[in-house]
Ligand binder design. Sequence first.
Ligand SMILES: [Zn+2]
Length: 321
Amino acid sequence: MMLAVDVGATRLRVAVGTPDGRILRKIVVNTPRSGGKLAVAERIVEIASKLLGERKPEAVGVASIGPLDLGRGWVVNTPNNPIRSFSLSEPLAEALASRVILANDCMAAVWGEHVYGLGGGLGDLAYITISTGIGGGFMVDGHLLVGWRGNAHEIGHLVIDYKSNTRCGCGGRGHWEGLASGSGLPRLASLMAQQYRYESTAWSKAVEGRLSSREIYLYARRGDSFALRVIDEANRIHAAGLAGVIASYDPRLIVLGGAVAVRNHDLLIPGIRRYLEEYSLHKPPRIEVSAFGEDSVLMGALAIASHTPPELERFSFNPRK
Ligand SMILES: [Zn+2]
């Protein structure tokens, strides 16, 4: 029995699963956003005891928001949780008396796609999450890309529009995430609303700065001309970002995950494909949405626990006793 943990910006998912990729039981709660450096680890242990009772997991896979310091097993200075820096690997290894393997969420997810999912056996694979933020995980020549502290994945901060004044959550201008992620899309919409006038409900809301990312897709489905225009622009931005991914990593397959992609792939993928033809250096590879829905990071956590890639093995933590 493996323990799989997804430490998200808003949700903490903890599950028990088997090495062949079955999730047996899962508990989802809000990620602690206050307390000390051990608050998140302690919450995970509490849920694990509900799931496992007296049993001890064979291994624990933890897929987390970053940035990470894998050598110490910490999340360090994350913009996505007010606790900012917290320890995961060591307190979990001690409390659960088990080996702990920590990875960035998208890094784990690409490994999950390789082991259990659409990337089955492929050695050149990209996983891109389009969610509140945008991130990526990559395999090249059969190797998982990790980086020296575990942060080889900050693809959402690629500059897509160097003339843009739109600031990303990180402070940079014209970033992929700042323009077209779940959190960036409303900014893009209000910018576009100021440029042209549309006879549309979505336009009126965007002008007042109260059009959410979810509503943009909702109105587009109802045929709202402005919402469709915003989505077309966002698809162009995604295509530009993915062209950078293709030029950098030469993947055979790009798997899209994250709530925005999973819920709206029908509106995303055809548009992205069309623009990618214009932007990409090579003939674009296949683009598919993850078959794991909103569990793709959790499946990644299960995969790094049960089929630990050598690139993460050296960062695993064992209990002292
Ligand atoms: Zn950024």
